[in-house]
Write a protein of this length. Structure first.
Length: 279
């Protein structure tokens, strides 16, 4: 890991209101973001729902967010590992050109435990309660620790967490300046509803930014493309980022998480997002 920047400060907030197994929320505050007005809420996937300890480790450690943040703040960005598997020479060069032009600033990363909707007897009630907890309990707790940090808030989720993130967005759209799903397990039958939501958001707030990230070996590649086409047909500006690789944690650590953090960093800082595209 690069040594030019120290790792993010990590602590757990105690936020009651949704369930005893969910009240710990892991927060990462990178050095140099004191007084920043940007927070990014990250929801994890199904595999980490079984144990609270794994849920808290998901984004910071298992998905590589802490290390990615350091690498992004020490340009040029060098992917972890001996040799990149999912970056091409061209895509990495373009990525680093963007960092040279617009340095990465970072945000406070908020990583709560994500519920498994398939275990709920009533999914709507689950999503209602979880959305309320995130927006009316978790974010105020972050604000109390870091005044001003929640002026601009982003939301993203991986796999099952992408589905949960979309349901949170349906209920609390006004809370978020940016949103996305990475390898999102959205379901084809939900695309029309989500596209209509995003179209309404875009009409009400043209500055709102949305991103769909997927990979060539992702089982949810097709649903990501269908959602993107639907949004294009509706005239909704968005990003579709399709890169090589499978649906797993090593992919996230090497390419998925760094690109996610970079995109939200640019949009939360009020900058136009770079065009990621397909390497």
């Amino acid at each position: 890991m690069p040594s030019c920047e120290p790792p993010a400060e990590i602590w757990d907030l105690d936020v009651p209101g949704f369930g005893e197994g969910f009240r710990k929320v892991r927060v990462l505050r990178p050095s140099g973001v004191e007084g920043c007005a940007r927070t990014l809420v990250l929801l994890h996937g199904l595999g980490e729902t079984h144990q609270p300890a794994q849920a808290l480790r998901a984004w910071p450690t298992l998905y590589g967010a802490s290390e990615a943040d350091v690498r992004l703040r020490c340009p040029p960005f060098v992917p972890p590992g001996a040799k990149p598997r999912f970056w091409t020479n061209e895509s990495l060069a373009r990525f680093n050109e963007g960092l040279a032009q617009r340095p990465y600033q970072g945000a406070i990363l908020v990583c709560p435990r994500t519920p498994n909707p398939s275990l709920a007897s009533n999914r709507d009630k689950l999503f209602d309660a979880y959305s309320e907890w995130l927006c009316e309990a978790v974010l105020p707790a972050v604000e109390a620790q870091s005044p001003g940090a929640t002026k601009y808030v982003g939301l993203d989720g991986c796999s099952m967490g992408g589905y949960v993130a979309m349901e949170v967005l349906v209920r609390r759209a006004a809370t978020f300046a940016t949103a996305g799903c990475i390898q999102g397990a959205l379901g084809q039958h939900r695309v029309v509803r989500y596209a209509a939501l995003l179209a309404a958001l875009h009409e009400a707030n043209p500055k709102f930014q949305f991103r769909i990230a997927t990979s060539l070996g992702d089982p949810y590649l097709d649903v990501g493309k269908v959602l993107s086409k639907r949004l294009t047909d509706l005239g909704v500006a968005h990003e579709l980022d399709v890169v090589p690789g499978p649906h797993n944690q090593p992919w996230l650590c090497e390419i998925g998480t760094p690109r996610l953090l970079r995109w939200h960093d640019e949009t939360l800082a009020g900058r136009a997002p770079t065009k990621a595209g397909t390497p």
